[in-house]
Design a protein around this ligand. Structure first.
Ligand code: 5RP
Length: 238
């Protein structure tokens, strides 16, 4: 379970800086998690106090509820095919800006939303920077419940890492995603140059809806905003 209060100041600095990149008239993808939440709150403030006019698409139930609470206008994901910008957190960021996402089990909708975006900004605290993905987090696979036996068997045959079915909190049994599926966390440790091929390979397993490696859809250089109270302006950009 993630510690949602860890590095709060850095997360807030990153979230606020990202929200301030958004311009009136834009359609904005809203990420999931504690860092993206700071961006959503700042967007709400800008709408209320600075006449920012935006429409938003949410990557999860959590992001949608928070956005509505902050006074943001939400449009259904299936009503749009292109966004001006999206802002989201990450669990790990490697030197080539490949990501692991899905700590909140929202990576499928997150990938859809970021694939629609002209610009994808990642917001994070410094603890998310690693030299190689898999340093601290497993790679989550969203899996159709009926396919769990097959997916587990194929991954075992591939001998690519330890697996664990993610367990829910506040309920017995597995975590169920917003899409009604389960999450299998797989211990993987790809070098930056291997991430895109691994992302493709995992998605070829029947029953895997989406995996949490973001190499095909990663931020461009300069679009990873790392909150850092010591840095000028409170952020660094990777
Ligand atoms: C949710 C995600 C989150 O963006 C990721 O887990 C980072 O969360 P936080 O900002 O709370 O550390 O991918 O699926």
């Amino acid at each position: 379970m993630k510690d949602l209060n860890a590095n709060n100041q850095a997360k807030q600095l990153a979230g606020i800086a990202a929200a301030r990149e958004v311009q009136s008239g834009w359609t904005v993808g809203l990420g999931t998690g504690s860092t993206a939440a700071f961006a959503i709150q700042e967007l709400g403030r800008l709408v209320r106090e600075q006449q920012l006019r935006i429409e938003c698409v949410a990557t999860s139930f959590q992001a949608r509820m928070l956005a509505l609470d902050c006074g943001l206008s939400i449009v259904p994901t299936d009503a749009v095919s292109r966004l001006n910008i999206s802002i989201d957190g990450a669990d790990e960021i490697d030197p080539e800006l490949n990501l692991i996402k899905g700590g909140g089990a929202a990576h499928t909708r997150e990938k859809i939303v970021h694939a629609m975006s002209d610009r994808f900004i990642v917001v994070a605290d410094p603890s998310k920077i690693v030299s190689r993905l898999g340093a601290k987090f497993a790679v989550p696979l969203e899996v159709l419940p009926d396919a769990i036996g097959l997916v587990t068997r194929i991954l075992s045959d591939m001998q690519i890492g330890k697996m664990q079915l993610r367990t829910g909190s506040g309920k017995d049994g597995p975590t169920i995603t917003d899409n009604g599926n389960v999450v299998l966390d797989v211990g993987l440790n790809p070098a930056p140059s291997e991430c895109a091929a691994l992302e493709d390979r995992l998605n070829q397993i029947p029953g895997v809806v989406e995996n949490g490696i973001f190499a095909r859809y990663r931020p461009r250089p300069g679009d990873c905003i790392i909150g850092d109270p010591e840095a000028p302006g409170g952020v660094r950009r990777l």
